[in-house]
Design a protein around this ligand. Structure first.
Ligand code: CP
Length: 302
């Protein structure tokens, strides 16, 4: 596997995570129009085997802004329909001269079968396993808000069992000394992620992250309507009033308004949901730059 790949948050030390966040912040200011020099540009291929709006098109936006040429694989009109494996598809792109692969796939840890692919792979989400670039944009959003991650109280609520966002965020936030609690329906408790009482944890949290019900992965609660779910496990207007004054609301999106969150809270003053999406382009620019072998802006060595 190429050492510039980014597959899980375990691939990054705390210093490397901070480098990516600092690069993303730099892109937002003085380096906002900074592009990869023409001689170092590589073709990138976006291989999305699952639906995506934010991740797919923020990678496209980042690639375009960096001056990179990107191609999109549409699995349904590709040779995947003829039975070509993920490994052979990736080796094909490598043989065709592509220099970076961005991959989303429904299989947990799909990348374990790609060890012989030599070009960098950026994981855009694997099943319920990992979503490292979502985690980085979440960290950037919290870092911008509070100026630090250590000691932050972060409450993650909802379909934790099927959430790669919950998994990557737990991994990274705990490495930085944040306190992470989980809550939601007992059916969706995940081994190693013990649930706390949601209503007791709301006033404790500096950050409340609501998760979407991952119906495409089989998540369901028998007999419960959307309105009942919101009332029991969602972020209602009543619960929002119990949040600390400075606390913020986050959600990886897509949002099911009126299910995991009241529609009036999606764009309320303490919501950072659309800010997260903006930050997604910045961190993906930083991650692509790293994949191409560039040192962080603050460092001179390659
Ligand atoms: N947050 C996220 O991954 O959104 P998409 O599925 O739209 O990419």
């Amino acid at each position: 596997m190429n050492p510039k790949s980014l597959l899980t948050m375990k691939d990054l030390s705390n210093a490397e995570i901070l480098d990516i966040l600092n690069d993303a912040k730099a892109f937002n200011s003085s380096h906002s129009d900074w592009q990869i020099p023409v001689s170092s540009r590589k073709l990138t291929a976006n291989l999305f085997f699952e639906p995506s709006t934010r991740t797919h098109f923020s990678f496209e936006s980042a690639e375009y802004q960096l001056g990179l040429q990107a191609a999109d694989l549409a699995p349904d009109s590709s040779s995947v329909t003829k039975g070509e494996t993920l490994y052979d598809t990736c080796r094909t792109f490598e043989s065709l001269g592509y220099g970076v692969l961005v991959i989303r796939h429904p299989q947990d840890e799909y990348f374990k079968e790609l060890e012989n692919v030599k070009i960098p792979i950026i994981n855009a989400g694997d099943g319920k396993g990992n979503h490292p670039t979502q985690c980085l944009l979440d960290l950037l959003t919290m870092y911008n808000e509070f100026g630090h991650l250590d000691g932050l109280n972060v409450l993650i609520c909802g379909d934790v069992a099927h959430s790669r966002v919950a998994a990557s965020n737990k991994e990274a936030l705990e490495k930085f000394g944040a306190n992470v609690r989980f809550a939601g329906p007992k059916e969706w408790e995940r081994e190693g992620y013990p649930f706390s009482d949601f209503d007791e944890s709301i006033p404790w949290a500096d950050v409340v992250i609501m998760l979407r019900i991952q119906r495409e992965r089989g998540a369901k609660i028998d007999g419960m309507s959307d309105a009942e779910y919101l009332e029991r496990y969602g972020l209602t207007l009543e619960r929002e009033k119990k949040m600390k004054d400075h606390a913020i609301i986050m959600h990886p999106a897509p949002v099911n308004r009126g299910v995991e969150i009241d529609t009036n809270l999606v764009e309320c003053e303490r919501s950072r949901i659309f800010e997260q999406m903006k930050n997604g382009v910045l961190v993906r620019k930083a991650v692509l730059r790293r994949a191409l072998g560039f040192a962080p802006f603050g460092r001179s060595e390659c």
